[in-house]
Ligand binder design. Structure first.
Ligand SMILES: Cc1ncc(COP(=O)(O)O)c(C=O)c1O
Length: 408
């Protein structure tokens, strides 16, 4: 928590002088109560630069899935670093990781790698266009697919040409997709979709399986690519693509965040029908072939499987949900608790400006639970029953603060 003359406050002041706006993007602290700079983390706990400890419910906005500094992942990364990282050509780990992903994710026949989720979603769009020879990509209104000019949610610096080949539909509304498909006509290259609706600041919406099947059918009928943006959900909800449990396979999928438990890596996975397009595009980056994150990814995916991490996250998430909903009832506060248990989000009824959400999150933080007022939370597999209990103590105080704020 930021206090006058604290290390956090001094860093903020220095940052204001040398970093535009003091900070940018989604890691700008969500309010003055929140630390802007962190010192480190172990398991489900993190510390800010002033040494305050929190149970981490943001997990670096998704990358940390097994907990901070997971021993097997760190050991694999250290062993690879000893050999080499950024070299004239990739290490054997690139092929090993591609094989592991192809063996783990049902729709994947091949894999390509990059650094960030935006790289992966942008590559998916480019591959869809290269393969189909068409230009239009449909996205859900309000969905986040990254920060490149074609998809950034802020219009500053973006030209109309950057967005000219996008069409829009409403998540879970097949009729709106059919209209957008008809509008794109012969020029439809792909439909991009997230596994569930997780637009920041809004209640989350689980996908209707009939909607997912409808998208698959529309893509089959038109030859367009079904592109699943699994950047946020991938390897948190299922050990495979997030739509495997509902039986819908995309043609292309974008991954990053949890794939290497916090190391910088992204992947595009695709089926055989889109291999040729993937082969023809030119994409690369100076650091895209670094071996250390790839070794970390192999260790992460292996640990996710052997440690039953997906079930642990679901169970901890369910305990958290049940506790928080019981507290909301006890405080007589109307809340919406949405999203899968491992990626929940809490809003207060009618709190469209997030005023109550802000009061709640700031007090939860003071009680030692790091969660966000305008973004979904992330449960890691490192969370223990004690961590859940500590979070629930903090959220009880947070509901009390909201009650007080309402003056009742
Ligand atoms: C669904 C989704 N797609 C794409 C991205 C972009 O990923 P990155 O920030 O790594 O570029 C994000 C990041 O939050 C995301 O949640």
């Amino acid at each position: 928590m930021t206090q006058e003359n604290s290390a956090g406050e001094r860093l903020r002041e220095r940052a204001r002088a040398v970093i535009p706006g003091g900070m940018y993007g989604h890691q700008a602290a969500p309010g003055p109560a929140f630390p802007q700079f962190m010192r480190g983390g172990r398991g489900a706990r993190v510390w800010d630069v002033d040494g305050h400890e929190y149970v981490d419910l943001m997990c670096s906005y998704g990358p940390v899935v097994l907990g901070h500094a997971h021993p097997a992942v760190e050991a694999a990364a250290a062993a690879q670093a000893e050999q080499g990282d950024c070299q004239n050509a990739p290490g054997p780990v690139m092929v090993e990781l591609a094989e592991l992903l192809v063996g783990t994710v049902r729709h994947a026949d091949w894999a390509m790698f990059a650094k960030n989720g935006t790289d992966a979603t942008t590559m998916c769009a480019t591959i869809a266009r290269a393969q189909t020879g068409r230009e239009k990509i449909l996205v859900a209104t309000g969905a986040y697919h990254g920060s490149a000019p074609w998809c950034t949610p802020r219009p500053a610096g973006v030209t109309a040409a950057d967005r000219a080949n996008l069409g829009h539909y409403t998540f879970n509304d097949l009729a709106s997709v059919r209209r957008a498909v008809a509008e794109a006509g012969e020029d439809l290259a792909g439909i991009m979709v997230s596994p569930f609706r997780h637009d920041a600041g809004f209640d989350q919406e689980i996908v209707d399986p009939a909607f997912a099947r409808g998208l698959r059918e529309l893509c089959d009928a038109t030859g367009a690519a079904l592109i699943l943006d699994d950047v946020r959900c991938g390897f948190r909800l299922h050990l495979g693509s997030s739509w495997e449990p509902i039986g819908v396979d995309p043609d292309l999928s974008a991954w990053s965040k949890a794939i290497a438990n916090g190391r910088a890596l992204a992947a595009v996975l695709g089926n055989g029908a889109f291999r040729e397009g993937a082969q023809r595009i030119f994409v690369t980056g100076s650091f895209w072939f670094s071996a250390v994150p790839m070794a970390a990814a192999i260790a992460t995916i292996t640990a996710l499987a052997t440690e039953g991490a997906i079930e642990t996250m679901r169970h901890r998430g369910e305990a958290l949900r049940d506790g928080i909903l019981a507290q909301a009832r006890a405080w007589d506060l109307a809340v919406h608790y949405t999203g899968p248990p491992a990626m929940p989000y809490l809003t207060f009824a009618g709190d469209t400006g997030h005023e109550l959400g802000g009061v709640f999150a700031a007090q939860a933080l003071r009680g030692g639970a790091y969660l966000h007022p305008r973004h979904n939370w992330f449960v890691s597999a490192a969370m223990t029953g004690d961590d859940v209990a500590l979070v629930l103590e903090a959220t009880d105080q947070a509901f009390a603060a909201v009650r007080k704020h309402l003056g009742q």
